[in-house]
Design a binder for this molecule. Sequence first.
Ligand code: PMP
Length: 395
Amino acid sequence: MNDRDLFFRDLAQTSPFPLALEIARAEGLYMYDAQGRQYMDLISGISVSALGHRHPAVVSAVKEQADKYMHLMVYGEFVQSPQVRLAALLTKYLPGSLNQVYFVNSGSEAVEGALKLAKRYTGRHNMVSFYNAYHGSSHGSLSVTGNEDLKRAFRPLLPNVYHLPFGDIDALEAIDRNTACVIIEPIQGEAGAVTAEPAFFKELRKRCSDTGALLIMDEIQAGMGRTGKLWAFEHYGVEPDILTLAKGLGGGLPLGAFIADKNIMQSLTRDPVLGHITTFGGNAISAAASLACMTVITAEKLWEKAEELGNRFKEQLQHHEIKNINGKGLLLALEFDSFKQCKAIIDKCIEKGLITDWFLFASHCMRIAPPLIIGQEDVDRACTIILEAIEESNY
Ligand code: PMP
């Protein structure tokens, strides 16, 4: 039986129509199938491959670490060099109040840890999040996700969760002294790369500080340079109390983190002790890959390139069928009239060797989130293909 048949027979699927592309190898911006056909990766495995595929710095860090040790002990018991050096690098590039890092394995887990930390530290129960936010698929992270279609079948979820409209300053009054935390994406990824005004984030920060609610920024998709700043919260001039990271953080390997001030973080060490536990969190190989990846991103200031190339996409993607281009840097959404139209154009792009897709909560929008190493000529090529695909698709 070939791999494709095994894929459909033995691998659990949650998508009724998986793409089922068979990729034999990947390098930089490109993937290749078994016949050697080249595909440009315009979505980075959903904002993961920040440095593209198999970046030499990441590959050699992984190999070197595999030659020393892999798993030694559960999280936080042994001193593991890649893990502590990565924590030091992250905190060096973060505001002073984000000075301790707890490593986990994924975005959902980072959100789980952040929510638990906020409840434990404040002693409060209520949580606030925003409509159309995506925070993960586990029970807690799904509870703060702002889309009822995704949640309905899995209720009951966490109680005491309140959703507010993203960007609505007046709605922030709902945050009060019973609120443990407010969780928000600085740029709502799955809603279609939706941004809000700095005034909204400033008021949100103020409301949280006034009421003692912790502000959690979920930069799992928007962080690590993708939006034109190293951290997306820099666009708004506000700092969170807790930051969650994953996806691009691992340089292609699974890694997540929640980051806070030591005083807040230390509340997980008592009543109960071991207030958050993970076996694999901060795995040595993932941490080594991440350290290499974050070293390149920070040394080369790749966020500056992301901003410049994001603008290049916006300038070239002018077409009457594109209703809007949302987002910042290399986290962009091309808005079309309908899912049908968007899907037809995406299918045409893939036929022409360009991989893209739509957004979970914005199926009429096409995703542009390439590796940050994409060059000017690649951007021009991608734009030509997208514009051709718009002309050539039937919908
Ligand atoms: N938060 C955000 C903003 C995300 O985009 C995602 C993943 N799409 C998650 C959380 C969950 O991450 P994971 O799939 O690694 O659990």
